[in-house]
Design a protein around this ligand. Sequence first.
Ligand code: ADP
Ligand code: MG
Length: 451
Amino acid sequence: MKQGLKLWEQTLNALKQDLDEADFSVLFSEANKIYKVENNFIYIIVPNALTKFRIEKFYINRLNEIASSLSDSLVKFKFILKDDIDELEKLMPTEKEDVNKRPLRAEYTFNNFVTGESNRFAFLSAMKVAETPESLYNPLYIFGDVGLGKTHLMMAIGNYILDNKPETNVVYTSAQEFTEDYFLATSTRKGKENIEQFYRKYRDSDVLLVDDIQFLENKHSTQEEFFKVFEHLHGINKQIVITSDRSANELKNMMSRLKSRFNWGLSVDIKVPDKPLRLNILKRKLGFLIENPKDVPLDVLEIIADYFTNNIRDLEGALRRYVTYCVSLNIPFTVENLYIALERLIPEDEEEKNISSKLFENVKREVAAYYKVAVSDLESPSRKQVFTYARQMAIYIIKAHYNPSLKLIGEFFGNRDHATISHSFDKIKNLLKTNPLVKNDYDILIKKINK
Ligand code: ADP
Ligand code: MG
């Protein structure tokens, strides 16, 4: 609400620059209250019908444009008459019920969808379909690997349409549910009645959303049935949106008639998110999880983004787990606690080694530079005093900072065994307590490494 009001005020300030002073004050001086903020819309209360008419006729596009340039999420304004609010209020209970009955997850909106290079085209296409469902993009076919946001985008289309035109019959189904519905309709005794119900459910939809179409592979009679539904809806210009884990051409054992129809409209793919997108998603989700997202160091987000590279659900899950862990134990949001919280989520595989190696190489580089030795001296078997000391310090820092297994550390120091690593750790740990010079080295090094 507060943010909505702020955005509205900023938008008005910007519009003021382009408008005649008198015009502006007539139209907008009283339009300063927000009725509600819902999904993508900010509802502004206006005093009378003429004002509403003029704003909607002449200024609404400009206002929405300004708002979208000021905000990184997609918001639009709607104007509502004071008098209409009472009416609306009366209707509210039923409206609320409808929202609850929506077969769509409320948080899967365009607003909550963060875009980057890998999904921008899919996002824009979905927006376009949501704004003009009768567009030529029929069907819209969205494909990509698991966890990349296909269902989210598809439901965002449905939510957007229902927000704008609540009377639209948006039907969401998965190919699996479609198959089950069909099976039930044909296999029970009330045969005819059931099949009619089945037809009504799907053929009466204004917008049909079918998730995970690949599930229809190998199911010929269901494909046949889906084909009929598709032909019917497409023939009367009803929007169809389909998701899949691969392109239509890659579907196996799928009627070629269907595959060719999937290619009639627009086919868009969502790719694996790059690092900036992963970070932006984490930042956005953090805003939902805690009050002060700034409390979580960027380092933490970077590390999560480095670990979970190809599935946004996993990325989110890791963040949630970390936040829950720290909050419930009332401990600070540190990198150390991240490693502890995620221990079970992070696989000990090649990927982990890659990331560890980046972190560890950094420590080795800083330590070597500080003691004026080469990184290779830290890895070498040499027991020259200065090498040994620098090596032990690097091992201590890595263990204390990142807490990987002793075995893994050993691999980064010329394949030393875990007993050696453990000894090095203890050695420095004791020195830190007794020797201020060692403590001094350590403090300086930590600052450099954390830079
Ligand atoms: P898919 O259907 O492709 O398997 P989902 O749509 O279920 O993936 O997405 C998995 C999770 O990741 C969901 O919680 C979804 O909200 C989230 N997600 C995916 N892409 C984005 C995005 N671009 N911005 C924000 N959240 C996203
Ligand atoms: Mg899905």
